[in-house]
Ligand binder design. Structure first.
Ligand SMILES: NC(=O)c1ccc[n+]([C@@H]2O[C@H](COP(=O)([O-])OP(=O)(O)OC[C@H]3O[C@@H](n4cnc5c(N)ncnc54)[C@H](O)[C@@H]3O)[C@@H](O)[C@H]2O)c1
Length: 260
């Protein structure tokens, strides 16, 4: 594919886990707002399917990337760097969950969740830094948004290890926010409540007997849709959010606010 010259490009966002669920919803939203999206995902087939669905031409560019793999992540960002020296935003959506009792998890499942949910966002931010720092300034900061989870704020039995990784990535968000602020880069997280995506279908297929239940409908009477998350991300990327840094924003219809 031949890319437009850099001077002709609009704002560029890199989105991980962009081929499905929340990442796909955010991609769709940003494209409609005129952004060029670099979509990174471990699944090449899903990326191709998303590209067909979005039909956004040069505004949706794809690169296969396993965010838990250093080599794969460096390779994906090298492709992006070959077409631009600067990006405006990085949105880390890629995530992995396994359901089970703590004693049931296998070391492989734990490595997967630690790799995708904690190392992944850290590695993507670290690798994206030259592109984010280029042209950044504190009055018009570049943006990083990490998709955490309400389970990292109010954990549940059954998704214990996942919740621990999401709590950890909320902490990383705050640390990176403070460290990167002088470079003109803000780092925030959204913490979605249960959202209608393929991930919750996958959770429902667990063979574990752990008594895990999805939160389902929020106090607002419905389950979140990817669009609800896309709205929050879009706000955090907007000029109006230029002074918001280091927050973990629950987007859960109030689910975590009180036990019913
Ligand atoms: N769906 C929910 O209820 C919910 C709630 C809270 C938080 N989240 C978080 O939202 C984010 C998006 O989840 P979703 O619900 O859209 O799930 P999803 O399964 O629909 O999408 C996740 C995407 O991440 C990709 N991915 C997985 N491992 C990857 C890797 N190693 N490298 C690159 N890409 C990888 C998958 O291929 C998939 O396209 C995740 O971080 C998830 O933990 C989801």
């Amino acid at each position: 594919m031949t890319f437009s010259k850099e001077s002709e490009l609009n704002r560029i966002a890199v989105i991980t886990g962009a081929a499905s669920g929340i990442g796909l919803g955010v991609s769709k939203r940003l494209i409609s707002e005129g952004w060029t999206v670099w979509a990174l995902d471990i699944s090449e087939a899903s990326l191709q399917q998303a590209a067909g669905q979005l039909n956004a031409g040069d505004q949706y560019r794809t690169a296969t990337c396993d965010v838990a793999s250093t080599a794969s992540t460096i390779q994906a960002f090298a492709r992006i760097s070959a077409s631009t020296k600067s990006i405006e935003a990085l949105i880390c959506c890629a995530g992995a969950i396994r359901i089970g009792w703590m004693e049931e998890y296998t070391p492989e499942e734990v490595d997967l969740m630690l790799g995708v949910n904690i190392k992944g966002p850290w590695l993507c931010v670290r690798t994206a830094l030259p592109l984010l720092r280029e042209g950044a300034n504190v009055d018009k900061p570049k943006r990083v948004v990490i998709v955490g989870s309400v389970s990292g704020l109010r954990p549940k039995v059954g998704s214990g290890m996942y919740a621990a990784t999401k709590a950890a990535v909320h902490v990383l968000t705050g640390i990176m926010a403070v460290e990167l602020a002088p470079s003109g880069i803000t780092v925030n997280a959204i913490a979605p409540g249960t959202t209608d995506t393929p991930m919750i279908v996958q959770m429902g297929q667990t063979t574990s007997k752990v008594p895990f239940k999805l939160s389902g409908k929020s106090p607002l009477g419905r389950m979140a849709q990817p669009d609800d998350m896309a709205d929050a991300v879009s706000y955090l990327l907007s000029d109006g959010a230029r002074y918001i840094n280091g927050v973990v924003l629950p987007v859960d219809g109030g689910t975590r606010a009180a036990h019913v």
